[in-house]
Design a protein around this ligand. Sequence first.
Ligand code: ARG
Length: 590
Amino acid sequence: MACGFRRSIACQLSRVLDLPPENLIKSISAVPISRKEEVADFQLSVDSLLGNNDYSRPDIQVQATQLAEKLKCDTVVTEISTGQGTVNFKINRELLTKIMSRKKFNHFRTITVLKQVIEDGSKYGLKSELFSGLPQKKIVVEFSSPNVAKKFHVGHLRSTIIGNFIANLKEALGHQVTRINYLGDWGMQFGLLGTGFQLFGYEEKLQSNPLQHLFEVYVQVNKEAAEDKSVAKSAHDFFQRLELGDMQALALWQKFRDLSVEEYIRIYKRLGVHFDEYSGESFYREKSQEVLKLLDSKGLLQKTIKGTAVVDLSGNGDPSSVCTVMRSDGTSLYATRDLAAAIDRMDKYNFDTMIYVTDKGQKRHFQQVFQMLQIMGYDWAKRCQHVPFGVVQGMRTRRGDVTFLEDVLNEIRLRMLQNMASIKTTKELENPQETAERVGLAALIIQDFRGSLLSDYQFSWDRVFQSRGDTGVFLQYTHARLHSLEESFGYGYLDDYNTACLQEPQSVSILQHLLRFDEVLYRSSQDLQPRHIVTYLLTLSHLAAVAHRTLPIKQSPPEVAGARLHLFRAVRSVLANGMKLLGITPVCRM
Ligand code: ARG
């Protein structure tokens, strides 16, 4: 919908400014709705049009005024005014709500807000001209990437939900997305595990609860190895055997990995997350040896007196910057394996963009990996991007610090069930466990996505689950309420309605807000920050709550009731779309 209005404004501007409308569209944005009723709907930023950002320049205001004077109201725009460095446009109120006759507004015929929302369904906002001409890209998103037998900590949880959001968004925009989980499935921990399992492992426990059992074995063997040199030695030998490709050792390792992946798949499913590929560091054991040879042949590998090898990265501004890529025994390191993995993925997927999602502690690591790829002559290194996020403190479950993803999910479910039991409005549910899990996950995701991804925050279960205020519980509650509204009045109403009935400020605010969805998606697609969508959905829910309270359906004439139901249906549709992008499954009852 926004597209029609924005384009129409751009066309008028294009005549006055003698610029193609395509160049103007992105400078026109919907005005965020405000409590004041009479605000403009769209604004043109004169600054962004002229490509400068100096808001203090006095002539900007003059230019805005001059431009506004040259523009005329028409069938679409009913009011033109100026703001701070902007020209503001108010859209014909009738057009905002009503379906136009073919003759009068030819190209707006079908593109009124409500109709567009319903018609476009899950594609609403994505068909906007803000995304038009967007080439379809091949995008690899690597996220979650826990380490087998080690803790699945909060950082992995964040990576999982953020990566899933980025992948969802890119996919929704029409890109071809490959989701990769790059497991920490190699290294000395497997030497310890191999030895530990022979000492105190149980086959049945491994089969029934592999993640838990491997972790237990790992903790115990670590302790033993610290006290008993022979255990440490045997762990070292086991890893050596693995590195050398010993069949028996590899078979045990393979079993650990397979059982773990099987378990991960099951748990990610509870989260609503899937991967196209479970890769891991182990895949690049041999390939990283090739990378070392390649680095050497290019004269980039420097041996140190300790027998290790490094790549000099001082050419990038930091004179002390080197990256170690080989241990003294000739084996590879984390960074070496990342080089091999990136090269392999380029071969395999020929990606246009590759995104890595990890905590900000790995910022330097990825910088160095990308720099090394660059000096190796891989110009596509520029297509690699690290999306860092901040640290979450204080997330604990009943079992203590977060060790397993499943504990977090169980904790969420349990707490939410308790919450639901204490709320009087809770409905009789067919599957309370599932609902609790979905609502609880929404709460967790919204709490995490509310701020900038890069900021650290202190975790609090109480804050997560507040049903009032800006939480995921509130979003789910709004969705469920709107759904039951539709259910109780039936869909029959929707055939007989007149959207011209939606003239109250509450309705107009909602329509204006719906109009902005594409811009919010656009903003998130630019900076990969989910918070724009979160804020948008929370506002939408607040607006819906007000409208729900003040615009009755039952006592209204059918025309009005139908129009209102239609409005609520549109809200629910956009709410659901946004929630799904964030990785939330909307519930219909709670
Ligand atoms: N397994 C690593 C960790 O837990 C994260 C892997 C990130 N991805 C990568 N390509 N290095 O810290």
